[in-house]
Design a protein around this ligand. Structure first.
Ligand code: BTN
Length: 236
């Protein structure tokens, strides 16, 4: 599928910029890269900090109307991990992990454009990947860096590897849903079989994900399907 790539030296946030542009309702997928973000955003209102050259920060904007949006972040994670390295694992629902440390994150936002039959939904899939190691900065574990796996990785090369598969996979998701990615996610699921704690305080053992991409957790109350929560791995 065709798509345009736009690289800018600085933006507040590639997600914010594509959300602003979503009103135009462009039909061609756009991949917007910022060499530096001044107000990078993470999930749950958190920030995403990265220094120029130390990370790859970009967003894919595409008109999309899947029957069910849940599971898109899992499909995106699988796509990026597969394009980059077999050692990269996926921490439900939005993180790329290397040896239980965060290598990258995904922030998906959606918007509506136009009205009636001239309107539709627009998805912004934002991805931040750490390229160079950096200090823990208050995090409990230091983040991982792609150069631990690919020592000479530079942002343009990494973008080259992930871009085309990502566009193809996001469009495939719109047609086929999470089902087409379930086994790909399973193969890299970092939580399966591990003791986890959910943000409501409940604890259990992760059992993979459901057909819609919910996290399955075996708790004292039985098997629960969790569609949105923070999850942390309990130390063994
Ligand atoms: C998270 O881990 O909470 C998600 C982080 C997502 C960061 C990327 S960087 C490119 C895009 N623009 C943003 O402002 N955020 C995403």
């Amino acid at each position: 599928p065709g798509f345009t790539v736009e690289i800018l030296p600085e933006l507040d946030s590639t997600n914010s910029e594509l959300m602003r542009r979503s009103r135009d309702g462009r039909s061609e997928p756009v991949l917007l890269v910022a060499e530096r973000q001044t107000a990078g955003r993470g999930r749950l209102g958190r920030g995403w900090q990265s220094a120029a050259g130390d990370s790859l920060t970009f967003s894919l904007g595409v008109p999309l109307a899947p029957a069910d949006w849940s599971g898109l972040s899992l499909a995106v994670g699988a796509s990026v991990a597969e394009a980059l390295h077999p050692a990269i694992r996926l921490k439900w629902p939005n993180d790329l992990w290397l040896d239980d440390r965060k290598l990258g994150g995904i922030l998906i936002e959606t918007a509506s454009f136009g009205t009636g039959s001239a309107g539709g939904r627009y998805a912004v899939v934002g991805i931040g990947l750490n390229l160079a190691p950096r200090p823990a900065e208050g995090l409990s574990t230091p983040p991982a860096a792609l150069r631990e796996l690919l020592p000479y990785a530079q942002a343009p090369d990494v973008l080259q590897l992930v871009a085309a598969p990502l566009v193809a996979d996001v469009l495939r998701f719109a047609q086929a849903g999470f089902e087409a990615f379930h086994s790909h996610f399973d193969a890299r699921d970092a939580l399966r079989g591990r003791a986890v704690t959910l943000s409501d305080g409940s604890a259990g053992v992760a059992q993979g994900v459901s057909e819609s991409g919910s996290l399955l957790v075996h708790t004292a109350a039985g098997l629960q399907a969790v569609s949105s929560s923070e999850v942390s791995v309990r130390p063994a």
